[in-house]
Design a protein around this ligand. Structure first.
Ligand code: PFF
Length: 465
């Protein structure tokens, strides 16, 4: 009797390489690609930004993606367990990543719920002629009790509370269904749909009046930007967030790869697919912004925005003025919803798989207890009070200092303190399709820590001042 009788569970796995790649792409392609990259490119040299961006992808993005894959695939565990197997002192890094993931998951779900609602709103253009007043004033009830400028009234519980609950139900079902039938299935079906929808949106946007002006504003290179350190910092920062590296996601997913899998080759595919989507998004978004500017007779620079402003203020305005309004709305907000869902699933799985590995509980129990509590916290906090404030605060901390700091500690400890470079290289090379060697060592062991420390310094100093 005793612990030895506990049934040994075989670790769940992806059905194959295609499922793994689509699921990893599902995580990487998220809100960051659609509402952050286009703006960052515009602000940091336009066409010239492609140079630091590509360099950041090759010198830091792909190397740290392979670092995450090597840890997950070699040690076959959730972030804390994989780090613990690497070195007993490293488990804490994994728990730090789990904590950050948990925080992000609380508010990310709210954005998905808003995007889902706006998909629906696109049919009636519920925002009337004042999208800004509608979003902050009525939809999120920022001016409590007011009816906003548009004179419309939204039932908060019905419009924000229920959709958020619905999003959580979908998320928890996908997680409870397991790696193959839930997590991977959503991306295997959803990611091709997302790419088709988004491509249609881009093609459509390119036909709008003013599209060329938008692209002009986006891509006209400002070569002087290349000598500005800030531009390089932005390029590296975008790559880290966009690839979902450094917060346990890719470790967790790689731990579900079958042993004889080509992790390094898949890393290249994921990295390039993510950047291609990002570029496509920038083209679509700026073509649409060009149309917006043309309609209001202003310069493209005056209508450029990112984040919530782009999605919930600029796009509703574009949708209202565009031919085939409802279609554009469904394509844009539908894409945002799908891109968000597959990223959110990945981040929740970081938490679920960590607790599952630690406790030995079944997936169903972990999803019910841990997933259920994230859902409740999220719904009470975000659905109940003013979600945007919480979103901003948590976002500012977790997305910058949290992820970058966590990645820095992980890379430094693994490469320099525990000296596991060669173990990771051997892990990648056993079944990989190309040889990882000294170049990766230099990039991951030297270039990455330097880049991460600069980013961290930058984040902390801008947060403090
Ligand atoms: N790679 C994602 C993006 O670009 O949006 C980053 C991400 C954010 C992943 C939040 C997961 C997540 F929950």
């Amino acid at each position: 009797a005793g612990a030895s009788e506990r049934p040994v569970r075989v670790r769940e796995s992806f059905a194959g390489r295609k499922a793994f790649i689509l699921t990893a792409v599902g995580s990487a392609v998220g809100l960051g690609n659609i509402w952050r990259f286009p703006y960052i490119t515009y602000e940091n040299g336009g066409g010239a930004f492609m140079i630091p961006y590509l360099i950041a992808l090759l010198t830091a993005g792909i190397p740290i993606l392979l670092f995450d894959y090597a840890i997950g695939h070699t040690f076959r565990g959730s972030a804390p367990m994989a780090f613990k197997r690497l070195h007993p002192g490293a488990e804490i890094i994994g728990w730090f990543q789990v904590g950050i993931s948990f925080l992000i998951s609380i508010y990310y779900s709210a954005i998905i719920a808003w995007a889902a609602c706006y998909t629906w709103f696109s049919f009636s253009q519920a925002w009337g002629d004042d999208p800004e007043g509608f979003f902050f004033g009525e939809y999120l009830q920022y001016d409590a009790g007011g009816t906003g400028d548009a004179g419309l009234s939204v039932d908060f519980v019905a419009q924000v509370g229920w959709p958020l609950i619905a999003v959580w139900v979908v998320l928890l079902i996908a997680l409870a269904a397991g790696v193959r039938r839930g997590i991977a299935a959503v991306s295997v079906i959803g990611i091709p749909i997302l790419f088709v929808m988004f491509a249609a949106l881009v093609i459509y946007s390119l036909t709008l009046d003013g599209a060329v002006d938008g692209l002009d504003a986006l891509f006209t290179p400002d070569w002087g930007a290349l000598t500005d350190p800030q531009v390089w910092i932005q390029a590296y920062g975008q790559i880290f967030f966009s690839l979902s590296v450094g917060f346990g996601i890719m470790i967790t997913y790689a731990s579900y790869l079958k042993r004889k899998s080509n992790a390094s080759g898949s890393g290249l595919v994921v990295g390039f697919a993510n950047s291609s989507f990002e570029l496509l998004a920038a083209i679509g978004v700026f073509a649409a912004l060009g149309f917006l500017a043309a309609g209001t007779g202003s310069a493209v620079g005056d209508v450029v925005s990112s984040g919530l402003g782009l999605a919930f203020i600029a796009f509703p305005t574009i949708i209202a003025q565009a031919p085939a309004s409802a279609l554009v709305g469904v394509l844009f907000f539908g894409s945002l919803t799908l891109a968000g869902l597959t990223s959110q699933i990945s981040i929740l799985e970081v938490v679920m798989s960590a607790v599952k590995d630690k406790t030995g509980w079944s997936r169903g129990v972990v999803v019910a207890i841990v997933g259920g509590s994230s859902a409740v916290i999220s719904i009470v906090l975000i659905g109940g009070v003013s979600g945007v404030t919480i979103l901003d605060t948590v976002d500012a901390f977790s997305n910058n200092i949290g992820i970058v700091g966590g990645a820095f500690i992980a890379v430094l400890l693994v490469m320099w303190v525990f000296r596991k470079m060669d173990v990771l290289i051997a892990g990648l090379n056993t079944y990989g399709s190309f040889r990882i060697g000294p170049l990766w060592k230099v990039l991951t062991g030297v270039v990455l820590p330097i880049v991460l420390v600069v980013l961290l310094y930058q984040d902390i100093s801008t947060k403090i001042t």
